[in-house]
Each structure stands twice: as C-alpha cells, then as structure tokens.
Design a protein around this ligand. Sequence first.
Ligand SMILES: Nc1ncnc2c1ncn2[C@@H]1O[C@H](COP(=O)(O)OP(=O)(O)O)[C@@H](O)[C@H]1O
Ligand SMILES: [Mg+2]
Length: 327
Amino acid sequence: MTAPILDIDDLKVAFSQGGRTIHAVRGVSLTLAPGEVVGVVGESGSGKSVAMMSVARLLDEKQATITAARLDLDGHPILGMKQRQLEKLRGPTVSYVFQDPLSSLNPVLTVGRQISEGLRRHRGMSRTEAKDAAIELLRQVGIPAPELRVNQHPHEASGGMRQRMMIAMALALRPKLLIADEPTTALDVTVQADIIRLIQQIQRDIGMAMIWVTHDLALLARVAKRIVVMYGGRIVEDAPSSRLYSAPAHPYTRGLLDSTSRFDVSFREQTPIPGTPPDPSLPITACAFAPRCARATDICRTKIPTLDQCGGGQSVACFHPLIGSAS
Ligand SMILES: Nc1ncnc2c1ncn2[C@@H]1O[C@H](COP(=O)(O)OP(=O)(O)O)[C@@H](O)[C@H]1O
Ligand SMILES: [Mg+2]
C-alpha cells in the first residue's frame, strides 16, 4: 500500500472561550491516499472547517488546543512542528480554497504579487519568472486578459473571478493535497458550476488528493467517490458515495439525504431533520444524534458508538445502523 498523503487518528480540537470549552472536533480519524478525492459533509457547526484547518495548523493556537494520536501530512508529523517547517509544507504539500476569497486574499497586494510570492519563496523564481507563471496560472483558471488582471487588486474583480484567483493561488505550487472548504457557497449557481468543473479538471490534471468540504450532499455526488459524514465533531459515516446515496447506514445520513433535493434519484419531499445540533460546550457520554433519532434506544443514550466497518467499504458509528451486520 502506498503511504497516505494524510493520516489522522483521533483528532480533537477544543477552544477556550470566555471560561468555557468548545469541543469543536471530538475524535476524528481519516486516512487519505495520494490522489484520492473525499467529500466531507455535515450541517453547519459540525466541526468540518476546524478539523480541516488543523491539517496545516491554521487555527489560532492561542485559543485552539489540538491533540491527536497521529496527525501526519505526507509522512510529516504536524503537531510538534515549528512554524518555519510548517510554512514549507503550506503551498507545495497542502493548499486551501475557502468560501470567501476576500478573507484569504490580501486587499493591498496585486493578484499577481500574491500568486508570485509562493513561487518565489518555494521555487526560487525571479520576479519576472514568477509574474509570467502567475499570468499563465490565471489563464489556466479561465480569467480573461490575465496579463491585465495580474496587476489588479482583489476588490477590482467579481466574486467568481476572485474565487478563480484564489484557486490559481492555491494551485500555484501544484499541491499534493487541496482542501476546498465550501469553495462555491458564496457564488451564484451558474458560476458555482463553472468553478466546480474547473477544480475537478485541475484535480485530474495534477492527480492531487483532495478534500471537498460542504454542507451540500447533492454537490458531492458529482465530485467525490468517497464521502465522510460529520455530526457533532465526529465522523458518523464513511462510505463510497454510491453506497452512501443508495444505502446510507447512519440515520443522520438518511436524514441529510431526505432533506436534500437530489437529481440522481427520484425526488423526495424536503424534510429537514427535526431537533437541534448538539451543544459543543457539553462533554459527550452518548450518541450525539440520539435526541434527534427515531431509532434511538437506551444504549444510544448511555454509550458513545465507535466508527466500525459494516461491509462494502462502509463504516458507521451507530448502535442501530440502517444496514449491515449490526442491524
Ligand atoms: N475560533 C473559535 N472559537 C470558538 N469556537 C469556535 C471557533 N471556531 C469554530 N468554533 C466552533 O467550533 C464548532 C465547529 O465549527 P466549524 O468547524 O466551523 O463548523 P463547520 O465548518 O462544520 O460549519 C462550532 O461550534 C463553532 O462555533
Ligand atoms: Mg465550515
């Protein structure tokens, strides 16, 4: 077996905030092979972004405490690393595209300058070489008149163009792993479709591994062969997408599917899952979904279910899964 590009075992992230502890991630394990594309889905607040930002240690560690049995990126243990070592990995090894490009693009620097910076630092390019490479990257992500755009500032571009610029920046060093966190949520539907196609095409061209984070399960049907479902800071299901859509094992996944209008199966009425997400400031002693689950019994309210295989490459953390040997 080839060495994984990402190997996470029992990742926990807690924030201290006004005397309270917010348990954002409560024990996530995830292994990703080189070139593999995985979708991460879950409702808002389930810990998707915090877990993914931990991969390159992007969280403010004055507030966040990250622990894990293992957190290896391309074979490098991330947790003990000095900032200087981490910066060598950010760009060529792991790169991010976020929902809001304005929060990641620097407003006072030209687009070209921001893309070139990484190329000069990591590849030792001269100013002119890096600018030419930036123009080429802007062309690749479908920006018209790149030789003019390269001299503009981010606010001079539309939302869709800014997202393309950010993708160009994220891809400049041909990362081994791209983490796209809700990259199209802020865009209108037609621009969304273009950006999704663009990212997919580049993913295939470079053969990079990718994690696609979203609250939109329908979107993942198009982009990921494997989907991980998060609830309350934990993974509750991990399955090949075909299985996940046709035979979800976790009642929460079923609920997500039922509340999503989908194009790939017969239409179902939209039924949002009743109830509210778990309080991240409370410790967990049971299945976090139990209060919202029609299948819950006493054991669900007293024990924490572990993520176990239930056949067909599918894993589920549930005492009463909808399929598999345990049901
Ligand atoms: N800097 C922070 N300080 C305190 N709590 C935070 C911080 N960032 C995120 N959280 C909390 O962590 C939980 C998970 O957040 P997040 O990973 O952003 O969710 P998602 O991306 O799945 O919507 C939420 O309860 C959120 O409020
Ligand atoms: Mg998020």
